[in-house]
Design a protein around this ligand. Structure first.
Ligand SMILES: [Zn+2]
Length: 167
């Protein structure tokens, strides 16, 4: 829940859009497995250039970490530290269900999470059918990602997602 709150803080950084949601995301990882999780990267909708999404942005930022930054985050990991391995020990916390369809031609976040072999996905609220029908959670589950719906912040996640629009 602590990480979902952080993800909400990220979502609040979004520039509101009439045609897209404002979503925030936090990527954590425990490596070596069993150690305390650390925050690998955070992201929000449209943070990186283009019509980018929170989850994809967090993954992009994680992959941009230098060896020095990774060594600081994971002092006990064997060197060189492979971000692709770290990601297989990562959890993603997102304020809204990762998208399964993108009309823009960019690849859906659910696919990016699956491709990165993220272990677990914690979701603040399901994606309402404002724009498209979302099947992200099901898609993740089908691919073997553990999906956990977090209770308690649904209303806040949805309010932030619809920032700048009529409710
Ligand atoms: Zn997305």
């Amino acid at each position: 829940m602590e990480y979902l709150r952080l993800a909400l803080d990220e979502a609040k950084k979004c520039t509101p859009s009439p045609t897209a949601f404002c979503v925030g995301c936090v990527l954590t990882a425990s490596y070596p497995p069993g150690t305390e999780p650390v925050i690998l990267a955070q992201g929000y909708s449209r943070e990186l250039p283009g019509n980018t999404h929170a989850e994809a942005n967090a993954l992009t930022k994680a992959r941009q970490l230098s060896q020095a930054q990774l060594a600081e985050l994971f002092p006990n990991a064997p060197h060189p530290i492979d971000i692709d391995i770290i990601l297989t020990h990562a959890d993603i916390y997102t304020t809204m269900e990762p998208c399964s369809v993108r009309t823009s031609g960019l690849s859906p976040c659910a696919d990016a999470i699956i491709a990165a072999r993220i272990k677990r996905c914690f979701i603040g609220v399901g994606e309402p059918d404002d724009f498209v029908k979302c099947e992200g959670a099901q898609k993740l589950k089908d691919a073997g990602v553990e999906v956990k719906w977090l209770n308690g912040l649904e209303k806040e996640c949805l309010e932030v997602a619809r920032m700048g629009r009529e409710q």
